[in-house]
Ligand binder design. Structure first.
Ligand SMILES: [Zn+2]
Length: 396
């Protein structure tokens, strides 16, 4: 299992990529990378490991190797720094070209980066992706509905990069939807959240543009996986990324093709390597051939384990509720709250003329194992909070 990957890691090890105590302590006992069995004894790396160490204690790189550094404050505790080396930028370019050449992004395009200002890494990655493809870009750091429409009316923007929730925010204003449809925008590259098929179709219709899901994380870069024109799973470059898919409880590999937690390891001499990094992403890897004909595996992303609700031993992800809502024509905001005693309250934005059909009620009941009540509230109570946390666990 993972023979090629173990050879690469062995080479990186011999080249001294893991010589700092931060890594050496973790890989003691498994440092020969002789087999996946040995490798799988390396303890997981977590976000706290990054938060509680200084980036330059985790690298043999020096400031002359640095391409860029970003920080995120997080809600509690100290800042996390993400450092990109010049070599990482070269690998990043390979990822971008692999995804965007396939989609036909080119130098005639003008990219609109509609990433909120609090997403520093994301906004920069999105700007870099356009320059990598030879396209120009414009940055809209406060992508309110008004601002977005101003930008697409004033400029011949052909591709928008942002989160799914941002491009949906114009939906309540028919004039804005008309402007979006009449704009030059032909493609939307959406990251920073899951994209259901229902929402994809809703966005594609509203903007009159094709919509592709992209996947990234600050610890590596974005996009580190991306859809092709067939919109059927996120391709990734397995020569640079080892993705283990593990059972969330036993930490053992799941059966091929099944869902589990993604644990990432980078396979190049990354400035700041990640080694068995546990991110909570719930994914399934698909190694079957894709219609695009490229020899790149894909994964399907269900969401983050931290964002799902566990009901009677089953994981229920926001994505599953959203798929059901769109299927029954509900295109508004929603939340699910897990109350005391594990009862679930599904809260939907009140919309004129919309009520819950028997079919929709049945599916929601089944999804939450009959522990659910549905209620409507005014939209203000569900206003987009910048992060779109859909499922909330009430303590107690
Ligand atoms: Zn494909």
């Amino acid at each position: 299992m993972y023979e090629k990957e173990m050879k690469k890691l062995m080479k990186l090890y011999q080249d001294g990529i893991f010589s700092q105590p931060f890594y050496a302590d973790k890989i003691a006992g498994a440092q020969d990378f002789e087999s996946y069995e040995n490798f799988s004894k390396i303890p997981f790396m977590y976000k706290d490991d990054l938060r509680n160490t200084k980036p330059f204690d985790r690298t043999s790189a020096t400031t002359k190797d640095v391409y860029g550094i970003f920080s995120s404050s997080g809600t509690t505790g100290s800042k996390t720094f993400y450092v990109y080396s010049k070599k990482d930028k070269k690998v990043y370019n390979e990822f971008v070209k692999a995804f965007y050449s396939e989609l036909g992004v080119n130098e005639r395009d003008l990219g609109g980066v509609f990433a909120p200002v609090d997403t520093g890494v994301m906004a920069h990655s999105m700007m870099w992706q356009f320059t990598t493809m030879g396209s120009g870009y414009v940055n809209c750091p406060e992508p309110s509905p008004d601002n977005m429409i101003d930008f697409v009316e004033a400029l011949p923007i052909t591709i928008i990069a942002t989160r799914p929730s941002v491009v949906c925010s114009i939906a309540d204003n028919p004039q804005y939807v008309k402007s979006a449809g009449e704009s030059n925008v032909r493609m939307l590259l959406l990251g920073g959240g899951f994209l259901t098929e229902g929402r994809r179709k809703f966005i594609e219709k509203m903007w009159g543009a094709s919509c592709y899901s992209m996947f990234g994380m600050s610890e590596v870069f974005g996009p580190m996986a991306g859809e092709c024109r067939y919109q059927d799973g996120l391709h990734y470059l397995d020569k640079y990324l080892l993705i283990e898919v593990l059972d969330p409880v036993t930490h053992m590999p799941v059966e091929p093709g099944e869902y589990g937690v993604a644990v990432y390891t980078t396979l190049w001499d990354k400035g700041f390597p990640i080694l068995r990094y546990w991110t909570d992403d719930y994914i399934a890897v698909d190694t079957s051939p894709c219609r695009c004909g490229r020899d790149l595996p894909r994964f399907r992303y269900k969401g983050r384990l931290a964002d799902c609700l566990e009901i009677k031993g089953q994981y229920v992800f926001p994505r599953m509720l959203e798929e059901c809502l769109f299927k029954y024509g509900f295109e508004g905001e929603y939340r699910a709250l897990q109350e005391k005693g594990n009862r679930i309250k599904v809260v939907l934005e009140k919309r004129d003329g919309y009520s819950v059909s028997p079919g929709m009620k049945k599916e929601i009941d089944e999804l939450f194992m009959n522990e659910v009540a549905i209620e409507f509230v005014p939209k203000e109570k569900l206003a987009y909070d910048g992060h779109a946390i859909r499922f909330i666990k009430e303590n107690g």
